[in-house]
Write a protein that binds this ligand. Structure first.
Ligand code: KG4
Ligand code: ZN
Length: 414
């Protein structure tokens, strides 16, 4: 149900009076002045309204988030107009809460950073419109943020990770492998040719009606699969990983989804139950799909590491793989990646779950990174638009495929 509009967006501004009232609340003096640069980050690219204030040293001074997950779980997917309405209802409160928690007066901000690409057009529009009005009132610079770049750089808020490093972003909307060479210098090594792994896991969870499982009723599809899979045997069904012959770093998950769909239909017949009821073999199916997903992701990532080492794009002695996005919180998939990084002598780093999923901190931090590097800081916002579709960096995935790197088989004992 996720519909991405191809149009580059235009937006309607909130009223001046409303913004004035909003700013008036912050007409206080915080006591002691802040020594470091401070950025307010605003995120509304999908289904979370989030904001945070972060300083130059990576201190999170305040944050707030409103998740729409529960609403969208009921409709079985994100309805963009509903997401837009919920962003509109919550953005002012969320920004206000983040600023209040930070005890930062808006006049003390160095800049406002906001996600403008890629994402749902209707959702991006709310954050951009709100932010442009805010920077106009505050007379502050504006920093437009690429959502995936922000995910990729979040790790640097927590760990000392130097450029270049490899990043794997796996979520409900994205699946990509990239080499991060600088704050705005990315090489795209591979991406999903169809749907993202989180989207596939959400669809399988829905097909298995895991929401009816008492322990999973409030969990996202991927989390429910991980939970139920603990009781299952991954070898009960033999599901082959996709794209085994393609020696590149691209991914595919829709074929896997259809294979699992057929297994479920077959099992429903065998067990004599209706679509919508929970199968006795649900745990085995969940375990098998999780295992195949983990093996597929691990294999493509393994090839990306070998490619980067072969081309000397990564340090041979100090290579780092960063894994982020909602699916990165899956411990089974993390273990599969750990097997790969151990075999290739890389360091595996994952931000904590709350920073793996969408949040305002990563947007504010990307603003700080850009301020420090002096790139992409706008003092005039005329003509700025959101972009629902926007690739990450320079796409070298064809070159990766042409290298046709053979990946040694690893024992996935998880
Ligand atoms: O990054 P995220 O919060 O939002 C975007 O998609 O941008 O990721 C959400 C996705 C959902 O598809 C959800 O099912 C998946 O991440 N997810 C998981 C787990 N927790 C969340 N997938 C597998 N295992 C998990 N533990
Ligand atoms: Zn995201």
């Amino acid at each position: 149900m996720l519909i991405l509009s191809k149009t580059v967006g235009v937006f309607s501004k909130p009223s001046r009076r409303k913004t004035y009232e909003f700013l008036r609340i912050f007409n206080f003096h915080p006591g002691k002045p802040f020594l470091h640069k401070l950025v307010l980050g605003i995120e509304t690219s999908c289904d979370d309204t989030a904001a945070a204030v972060v300083d130059e040293t990576g201190n999170v001074l305040g944050e707030a988030i409103h998740s729409q997950t529960e609403v969208h779980l009921k409709t079985g997917g994100i309805v963009p107009s509903v997401a837009q309405q919920l962003h509109r209802e919550n953005i002012q409160r969320i920004v206000q809460e983040a600023l209040s928690a930070s005890k930062v007066c808006p006049s003390e901000l160095s800049a406002v950073a906001t996600t403008v690409k890629p994402g749902l057009a209707l959702s991006l529009g709310v954050g951009l419109s709100f932010s442009l009005h805010l920077v106009d009132q505050l007379k502050k610079p504006f920093i437009p943020i690429h959502h995936m770049e922000a995910h990729a750089l979040t790790i640097r808020l927590l760990n000392k990770v130097d450029f270049p490093f490899l990043v794997l972003l796996i979520s409900g909307g994205h699946c990509l492998l990239a080499l991060v060479r600088g704050v705005s210098d990315f090489l795209l090594l591979g991406k999903s040719l169809d749907i993202a792994p989180g989207d596939m896991l959400d669809k399988v969870a829905r097909r298995l009606s895991l929401i009816k499982h008492p322990e999973c009723s409030t969990m996202s599809g991927g989390k429910a699969i991980e939970h139920v899979a603990r009781q299952g045997n991954k070898l009960h069904f033999d599901i082959k990983p996709p794209m085994q012959r393609a020696k590149n770093c691209d991914f595919s998950f829709s074929g896997l989804q259809h294979v699992v769909d057929r297994i479920i239909t077959q099992k429903e017949k065998e067990e004599g139950i209706q679509k919508g009821e929970i199968l006795a073999s649900a745990a085995h199916i969940a375990a098998a799909v999780q295992h195949t997903t983990a093996c597929h992701i691990a294999k493509r990532t393994h090839r990306a590491i070998l490619f980067c080492k072969q081309r000397r794009l990564l340090s041979p002695s100090n290579a780092v793989l960063v894994v982020s996005g909602g699916v990165a919180s899956n411990l089974y998939i993390r273990k599969a990646l750990e097997i790969v990084t151990n075999a290739t002598e890389c360091t595996l780093l994952c931000p904590p779950p709350r920073l793996c999923t969408d949040n305002g901190i990563m947007i504010a931090w990307n603003g700080i990174e850009r301020l420090r590097a002096g790139v992409g800081i706008l003092h005039n916002t005329e003509g700025i638009r959101y972009e629902p579709k926007c690739p990450l960096g320079v796409d070298i995935s064809e070159e990766v495929g042409e290298a046709a790197i053979k990946v040694p088989r690893l024992k996935m004992d998880i």
